[in-house]
Design a binder for this molecule. Sequence first.
Ligand code: HEC
Ligand code: HEC
Length: 330
Amino acid sequence: MKNIFPILLLIISFGCQKSEKPSYGIKTAIAEQNPGKKLMEMQCYVCHNPATPHENRIAPPMIAVKSHYYKKGMSKADFVNDIQNWIKNPVAENVKMPGAVKRFGMMPKQYFSESAIRQIAEYMYENELEKPVDFDKNHKNMNGNGKGNGNGKGNVNRQNNQGFLNNNPFSNQEKGLQIALQTKAVLGKNLMGKIQKEGTLAALDFCHIKAFQLTDSMSVVKNATIKRASDKPRNAKNKATAAEEIYIQLFKDDIKNNKDSEPIVVENGRNINLYYPILTNSMCLQCHGTPKTQITETVFAQIKKKYPNDKAIGYNINEIRGIWNVSFNK
Ligand code: HEC
Ligand code: HEC
């Protein structure tokens, strides 16, 4: 793998830029392919994939999640609501899977659009989900909601996410958003897996080297460049440009106003840039929180050694750590 991070020089002329909100809606052309299933595979399977062997799991398979959320006779609306609640508020008092928390740690809070979650939850409610091979012996009493029409039954999907992204008929803006979400998910998964298995200190190294390779290889595949930028960078290479700082501020305002952020899409000639906020969750604080309390002394010493000019500390949860900047041609 190459280790070159594509740095994109953005010259944004504010005179001719057009900013609009992308729609999350799925094009009707693929509606019958079940958008909820696709969204689930794309946004949740990076951690919840039933095909992941037991020992490599970093989260419970989706069918196990369903078995803890679905109660006999429950309405679809209530089920969807409970999933939405968890996604918006993955905190201790809302946990229905304490065993999973014990094994994997809490699900990090991530941003997913409300409409995507609705479609995913509806799909989960209406269909039998894929079972991992060892599922029945561990979950004897789980027999679905009786309404499953067999749509999703048993066919473990081995298509990888990149294949889906390359072939999908989404609009450019949706594609940009998916690239950002996907990169975030891959990074999040690798980071979380590393921390779970080897601890924070080991993950620090991983983060330093791998973040570049992952984002780079994704860019090559998707024909787009993607970078992370921050107003308080750890690595000076990730310092936000003046234009990026403006978008960072807009996303900070959203948080202050208690508003879910929408990605910002800027068209400039043939070029499209999509900016998407990177929010902190509890997992981040062991490297980006308060030294000595949240960041251990050992980890902090290592950070200081590698990044003497580090500015990326002092964060709390649900703050803007930076943005993704996805850039591609129409
Ligand atoms: C970065 C990894 C990751 C991704 C991506 C992810 N999850 Fe999770 N999720 C976890 C982990 C780890 C747990 C188990 C610990 C827990 O329950 O908090 C979990 C648990 C859950 C639970 C049960 C929470 C409880 O304890 O009550 C639900 C519901 C859930 N995930 C839904 C989703 C949905 C829907 C998606 C996709 C939109 C998703 N997750 C994406 C890691 C992830
Ligand atoms: C194990 C330690 C560790 C954890 C946990 C961690 N980070 Fe980082 N983070 C780093 C390191 C080290 C860098 C510098 C990487 C580099 O050299 O590009 C970094 C860089 C970044 C950057 C690029 C901008 C910059 O400051 O250079 C962003 C954005 C970021 N992290 C966000 C997050 C978020 C969000 C989380 C939680 C989901 C998180 N990090 C969790 C160690 C960590």
